[in-house]
Ligand binder design. Structure first.
Ligand code: DHK
Length: 146
């Protein structure tokens, strides 16, 4: 099963940005964690990160015809603003899971709104890197062949 992992803006700054919230491990470490989790679960992970909303929309659209069977998405700040990313997820119609490293519901009120989440079948927040493993597992159990 091929799964696309989409990471939004500033996640490339992990290990530098607000370490009290996001931890001290860098983006490379997150990618290694995701690759290891995918291998353990027997799924194929294609990891994409961009700071640009349009690039994220383009990558989600490409997933429609590149063999992707599920999407794990942490749209980062675009979670709370982007109807375009929500519409892209709805357009391709692939099973999707929302992930956030932090507990967005326990932070500022504006982080409680999630547009992308409206197109997702599950949500893992506040679990750090492990949220990605849980999302891959959820897709491998709930979305194969759908
Ligand atoms: C990451 C961000 O960059 C924030 O804009 C979101 C999310 C939360 C996270 O917890 O992974 O609000």
């Amino acid at each position: 099963m091929k799964i696309l992992i989409v990471n939004g803006p500033n996640l490339n700054m992990l290990g530098i940005r607000e370490r009290h919230l996001y931890g001290d491990k860098d983006y490379e470490a997150l990618c290694r964690f995701i690759a290891n989790a995918a291998e353990e679960l027997g799924v194929e992970a294609d990891i994409f990160q961009s700071n640009y909303e349009g690039a994220i929309v383009d990558r989600i659209q490409a997933a429609y015809s590149d063999g992707t069977e599920g999407i794990v998405i942490n749209p980062a700040a675009y979670t709370h603003t982007s109807v375009a990313i929500l519409d892209a997820l709805k357009a391709v119609g692939l099973p999707a899971v929302e992930v956030h490293l932090t507990d967005v519901d326990a932070r500022e009120p504006f982080r409680r709104v999630s547009y992308a989440g409206m197109a997702c079948g599950a949500r893992f927040t506040g679990l750090g890197f492990d949220g990605y493993r849980r999302a891959l597992k959820w897709l491998s159990e709930n979305a194969k062949g759908k």
